[in-house]
Design a protein around this ligand. Sequence first.
Ligand code: NAD
Ligand code: UDP
Length: 318
Amino acid sequence: MHLNKRVLVTGGAGFLGSHLCTRLADNGCEVLCVDNHFTGARRNVAPLLGRANFEFLRHDVTFPLYVEVDEIYNLACPASPIHYQHDPVQTTKTSVIGAINMLGLAKRLKAKIMQASTSEVYGDPKVHPQTEDYWGNVNPIGLRACYDEGKRCAETLFFDYYRQHGLRIKVARIFNTYGPRMHVNDGRVVSNFIIQALRGEPLTVYGEGSQTRSFCYVDDLVEGFIRLMDSGDDFIGPCNLGNPGEYSILELAEAIIEQTGSSSKIVHKPLPENDPRRRKPDISLAQEKLGWAPTTPLKEGLAKTIAYFDDVLREIGG
Ligand code: NAD
Ligand code: UDP
């Protein structure tokens, strides 16, 4: 007889996963963190390892998993373009076979399962801001396709398991999220710019920097995850989770230079293939169904993230 909810977090040693595991453990859940350490780091979950309600299992979700839990958050998948393009076939396998394995597990256990989907399902969007009913504009054969199409197929699988097997599903479409515990070599824009600024190196703006993104602080996102998982079974999503504040990449670079007090300059590098030009979530659905909206302003979130990378760089000697 289990008094506390048993929760599986796949990709739990990664950036978002480790924050989610911490929050769930603090809430008194029994947390099982599963990760193959592809981009996750032991240090992310190190503070949890001694806790009685936390367990780590090294496992690749492309292989079946036999455990007993009540809820599953399926986060396993590299999220940074550099990492997911490093082994694109494995990226698609992780999203598609990983989803099949975790949905199969949820089916056997009658567990509730949430998919960490992405704004990338909208591709280079022709609808702005992006609403959940927009079907997207994705190049199926481009360099980003292993991630975008893998995540789209995972959504298809979630909805087919819902229709065919009556599974209790939740699909979150996450927009760019940042914060402490992003990998130093993550390659995503916020961590890249902060590390470059702290090292006094030039900030690498791809293209002219006029492309836009909306940046959500990690604590706000984790709150959204938990509210979505705890919402009634009739609300399955897909549900956008992100911060609607929209900034050009050049504006972000300037803000980080100012906040770090760095003397770094900006350099321009070629724009990667199929880089989306605009991105901003419409979060009306999350507001209505979950009573959720982000509360951390960019300046405040950046300050916490800068402080984190300052410590990490000191630890690793710059
Ligand atoms: P991350 O790379 O830090 O974390 C992903 C984790 O999954 C890592 O710990 C990695 O080792 C693990 N993993 C990868 N392949 C695996 C496999 N086959 N088996 C087991 N574990 C595996 O990235 P993140 O930013 O924490 O993203 C977490 C999830 O959220 C991902 O599914 C990502 O697609 C999604 N997401 C994140 C963002 C964002 O801005 N952070 C935006 C949209 C979607
Ligand atoms: N970007 C940049 N410099 C960097 C890293 C990223 O200009 O050092 C740009 C990238 O081209 C994209 C945006 O920042 O337009 C966000 O990139 P990221 O990899 O963080 O996530 P994406 O939203 O593209 O998946």
